[in-house]
Design a protein around this ligand. Structure first.
Ligand code: BG6
Length: 497
């Protein structure tokens, strides 16, 4: 068999879990249909459920159809790539069987991607199992390991994890995935900033008042309570990884090139320059909440503590907001407000950049109290859009102004948006690590959130309760400390003066 270019196997640990079903297998399917997969690539699902090759293929086909995918020749040929190996990740025999599967596949399968879509406490065990069976050795092709976040559950455990992984893997073999960085709109931040000149002169403390980064979800823990309640919480699950990455991309200096090290060098500088959160003033710098029962789109939903799998009286936060400062020349004194929450009013992720107000009011006696600031709004999801709010005169005899929007939807009609995992899974094959996190980035991000989580851990009070279907705890407004700032919940215009 001739390999002709890149030829490889994807081995997914945790193949029967939620991530594989909703993201990984659909992304691989798209790559297959777009002709991005060499013909002899196989995808091996690994899990404890005792599927055979046939029953696994049938299960995935069923999942796809239930998710609304039409039966098609493309789906049929994709399904043929799937194989399954059942066993316990704690059992040495499982890795022996895996070794057989890999070598049985001939020369072409010697490039192998191991995807760890399992509970974070299994990362070391799986790595050691693979190493003991000699499956991480790269003599006959590359071996790459994709590791889902969270990388550790705090700074100390991240260090220990890194230490254990590096006993068996070279840094070039490790792909710490943060799927948020693979989102089209997040990558567009780089293009917006560095393929255009108009923003750069304004992109600093002299012109920007503050920046808000929001990731809001209507979903609750959705059957993931086992992971979320123990290893997650809004800070670990979203802020430590995804939102700090967005902040780094927004705040970083132009990289020398888009080569992985240049990009990551600039991001890490931002993360390392974040001022430690003021623990003496925690209530105005970091706020946590937990959803109570409420309504989402007219449907009653239970509170976090009533969700199946959540420990009674759990203190895990499903909402968190943080105010962070970057102590460098460009950003000194500019607050970055990050927030995320489950069971909020809308599903929306966006960046809102508020510029300073013009220095004086020219329109005295016109009824306009003070000049309106400009906003740059960047929609990440569901809309991928870039909007600029500016003041304009309302037609008529009076000198009245209103905010108007310069609106650019990023995609053109008919263009398909790539899912984050498609791009990232392709990058692993290509060996391009630029969108994956380097250990020093992860470490710097833990440095930011760890003291806050520790302080919260000592607090006996439950996180602030907020009704499902709202915008989180009222106290989250305190983060603005009486200034004229407030959360932006949407990309819609702020309206007339
Ligand atoms: C994941 C978190 O990393 O990101 C989830 O574990 C969260 O809790 C998800 O819902 C959000 O990402 P997306 O792409 O689904 O909006």
């Amino acid at each position: 068999m001739s390999c002709g270019g890149i030829s490889h196997a994807y081995v997914i640990f945790g193949a029967t879990g939620n991530l594989a079903a909703t993201k990984l297998l659909p992304a691989l399917y798209q790559l297959h249909c777009m002709g991005q997969m060499a013909e002899d690539v196989e995808i091996l699902g690994c899990g404890r459920t005792p599927y055979t090759r046939d029953s696994w293929q049938e299960e995935v086909r069923k999942q796809f159809v239930e998710a609304g995918m039409a039966e098609s020749p493309c789906l049929a040929s994709f399904i043929q790539r799937l194989d399954y190996l059942s066993g316990s990740l704690k059992d040495a025999g499982f890795y022996q069987a895996l070794g057989k599967w890999i070598s049985n596949d001939g020369e072409c399968a010697n490039n192998v991607i191991f995807y760890l879509s399992v509970s974070p406490d299994l990362y070391v065990e799986v790595t050691e199992g693979l190493a003991a069976a000699n499956l991480l050795d790269e003599t006959h092709g590359w071996r790459r390991m994709v590791i889902e976040k969270p990388f550790g559950h705090n700074l100390e455990s991240a260090r220990a994890l890194q230490h254990s992984l590096s006993d068996h893997l070279k840094e070039e073999q490790i792909y710490r995935i943060d799927h948020y960085v693979g989102k089209e709109a997040v990558q567009n931040l780089l293009v917006l900033r560095f393929a255009n000149l108009i923003l750069e002169p304004l992109w600093n403390r002299h012109h920007i008042d503050h920046i808000q980064i929001t990731h809001a979800e209507t979903l609750g823990v959705e059957g993931r309570a086992n992971y979320y309640d123990k290893s997650g919480g809004a800070v670990r699950d979203m802020i430590q990884s995804h939102l700090l990455q967005v902040m780094a991309l927004l705040a970083m200096e132009p990289p020398v090139s888009l080569q992985s090290e240049s990009l990551r060098d600039e991001k890490v500088k931002v993360l390392q320059s974040i001022r430690p959160v003021d623990l003496e003033q925690l209530a105005t710098h970091a706020i946590r909440g937990q959803y109570a029962a409420g309504e989402i789109s007219g449907q009653a939903v239970p509170g976090y503590l009533q969700e199946e799998g959540v420990a009674p009286g759990s203190h895990t936060e499903s909402y968190a907001a943080m105010k962070l400062y970057i102590d460098n020349w460009r950003w000194k004194g500019v607050p970055f407000y990050l927030r995320t929450g489950k069971r909020l009013k809308e599903r929306r992720s966006m960046v809102a950049v508020r510029f300073r107000r013009p220095p004086m009011q020219l329109f005295h006696g016109s009824g306009i109290s003070q000049p309106h600031p400009n906003w740059l709004l960047i929609g990440i999801q569901p809309e991928d859009a870039v909007r600029m709010e500016v003041s304009a005169k309302v037609p008529g005899l009076e000198m009245r102004t209103r905010q108007i929007v310069m609106d650019a939807s990023v995609g053109h009609p008919g263009e398909r948006k790539a899912e984050a995992y498609e791009e990232l899974l392709l990058d692993v094959i290509k060996g391009d690590r630029s969108l994956f996190l380097r250990y020093d980035e992860v470490k710097a991000a833990w440095n930011v959130v760890d003291p806050v989580m520790q302080r919260w851990g000592e607090d006996e009070q439950l996180p602030l309760q907020y009704p499902a279907g709202g915008w989180g705890p009222k106290a989250a407004e305190k983060i603005f400390e009486g200034s004229d700032r407030a959360w932006r919940h949407s990309l819609s215009c702020n309206g007339d003066e």
